[in-house]
Design a protein around this ligand. Structure first.
Ligand code: NAP
Length: 500
């Protein structure tokens, strides 16, 4: 029976629920967002929860990405869960391995491992009108009431389509598939790509003295954010007085949300300030030929801004050559650029990014009418509030289309989505609602709202980046972080079809 249930009074996501209906929720992925979702559901008393994780450890992106130089470009004291501040960060921008140990510690502290099925890659999910039937690659079948895709926006590596690459006889791999322990000394190494990942890996390898060619097709603007190491005394003080770390985190949170996140959506002082800082840093590259090679032709912030003070000095080192002539093909010995020059290489590293619009994929998600989510999204990708897909009841995405991917801290925006999802599930539990589905007109209104702000964003100034769709439209949130939190804060159940 399909009926409308009135919008319940405002709920606090951390109060325990009281109804007899105890929905079971499956979360796909034990990365930062999936772990957070499980913690918050349990806190709300919705403790019938399971996480399916394809790997054998928590941490998501921080487990998977192990390339040299990996660090988060959101300052560490702002890049932790708001309820689980880590006073022990070693650097302003935490290094990948220490973020991964933070994730593992949180998993242990909140006893999450008892709810995680490791080594279980969800392959399909089928809705029967009331529940989701899940299958994993290792033969597990489960039936759950709610399904949350916390699969991460950047989990499927993208490889360049270079003719002849299969003939190349050297070693080649993607930064997300780093070969642990690989010895690069004495090797001729090429890195393709200079986004956030490429600049970090190039900087680290250059400093190690590796004989490096950096293939830069499109230079990016680089904001000078130094990654200072915290001294022993400083760390001891922050550990003794954790409020100092929290205050630091709040400051960076303010700075990121009111400067970076606003700079991309309107042409105000924030954009001018960040742009001038990037230009200033580029201007400090002494060699005019190198400076020219590193000068972007697009507007600062149109591509996701890179944060580094290490990159320009790294590529100025004698062991590094920046190659701007495009790669046209590969041979068994290396890469040939458009001038016909062969760059002989022992190792090629692809820092070529990810299929950022993969979302839940490659999982086959099918609704009760037999329609797959891929088919539903064939003409247009979309989710109401970036979370709920019309036609796919009880299925929710963290980091879905038009979420603030790349705008502000992934942990900060995940907290807003996760709290929203807890409220929705709780509302269903308390009101005996067995299926909740966004109305198509609600999605249309949400989309219109997001699209109407696109002309003011920097993303229309002419560039390519990983959050554009096929039409060159950004699939990002186009408002402020506070506005995003506001649309998620109190679910408006008039925007949903509810079935008891
Ligand atoms: P990305 O920003 O998509 O960059 C991919 C790079 O590969 C670009 O420079 C691109 O050049 C180049 N490329 C792709 N195909 C190529 C080809 N056929 N030939 C030559 N160059 C090619 O990917 P990413 O660097 O992995 O970063 C993705 C996002 O992950 C970041 O924006 C950030 O949000 C996140 N991230 C964060 C951190 C951090 O917190 N520190 C670190 C890493 C990543 P074009 O621009 O010409 O396409």
């Amino acid at each position: 029976m399909q009926n409308r249930v009135s919008n319940a009074a405002s709920q606090n996501a951390s109060e325990p629920v009281g109804s007899a209906y105890r929905p079971r929720t499956a979360i796909i992925g034990a990365g930062a967002a999936g772990m957070l979702q499980a913690i918050k559901l349990r806190e709300a008393g919705l403790d019938n929860v399971v996480i399916y994780e394809k790997a054998n450890e928590v941490g998501g992106t921080w487990r998977e990405n192990r390339y040299p130089g990996i660090a988060c470009d959101v300052p560490a004291h702002h890049y932790n869960y708001s309820f689980e501040h880590n006073p022990g960060w070693s650097h302003r921008l935490a290094l990948g391995p220490e973020i991964q140990s933070y994730m593992k510690k949180v998993a242990d502290k909140y006893d999450l491992r008892r709810s995680i099925v490791f080594g279980a890659k969800v392959t399909s999910a089928v809705f029967d009108g009331r529940q989701w039937h899940i299958e994993t690659s290792n033969g597990i079948r489960d039936t759950v009431d709610f399904l949350v895709a916390a699969t991460g926006p950047l989990h499927i590596p993208a490889f360049p389509n270079i003719p002849g690459l299969e003939e190349y006889k050297g070693i080649k791999f993607h930064t997300a598939e780093w070969i642990d322990g690989i010895d690069l000394s004495g090797k001729r190494v090429g890195v393709i790509g200079s986004g956030s990942t490429g600049t970090q890996v190039i900087s680290a390898l250059a400093e190690q003295g590796v004989n490096l060619k950096a293939f830069i097709r499109t230079p990016q603007w680089v904001f000078p954010l130094p990654n200072r190491k915290f001294g022993k005394l400083e760390r001891a003080i922050v550990s003794a007085f954790p409020f100092i770390g929290r205050m630091t985190g709040n400051f960076y949170g303010w700075f990121f949300e009111h400067v970076f996140a606003e700079a991309v959506i309107k042409n105000g002082w924030q954009r001018k300030f960040l742009s001038s800082m990037c230009r200033w840093q580029l201007g400090r590259v002494k060699d005019p030929v190198l400076r020219e090679k590193l000068t972007p032709s697009d507007a600062p912030l149109c591509k996701r801004m890179v944060m580094s003070t290490a990159f320009y000095p790294a590529v100025a080192r004698p062991n590094v050559e920046v190659v701007r002539d495009g790669i046209v093909r590969a041979t068994e010995k290396g890469l040939v650029d458009q001038t016909g020059r062969l760059h002989e290489l022992d190792i090629i590293i692809f820092a070529t990014g990810f299929h950022a619009r993969a979302y839940h994929r490659p999982i086959a998600v099918t609704n009760a009418q037999g329609v797959t989510l891929d088919d539903a999204w064939k003409d247009q990708t979309g989710a109401h509030l970036s979370v709920h897909v019309p036609g796919f009841p009880n299925f929710m995405l963290i980091g879905g289309p038009h979420s603030p991917r790349g705008n502000f801290s992934a942990i900060a925006y995940s907290e807003a989505i996760v709290d929203h999802i807890v409220k929705v599930i709780r509302h269903c539990a308390e009101n005996g609602i067995h299926a909740i589905e966004a109305r198509p007109e609600a999605l249309a209104k949400f989309r219109e709202h997001v699209m109407s702000a696109i002309p003011q964003t920097v993303w229309t100034t002419g560039c390519t980046n990983w959050y554009m769709d096929e039409q060159g439209m950004p699939e990002n949130w186009t408002g402020t972080p506070d506005e995003y939190r506001a649309i998620l804060r109190e679910p408006n159940y008039d925007e949903f079809l509810l079935s008891t």
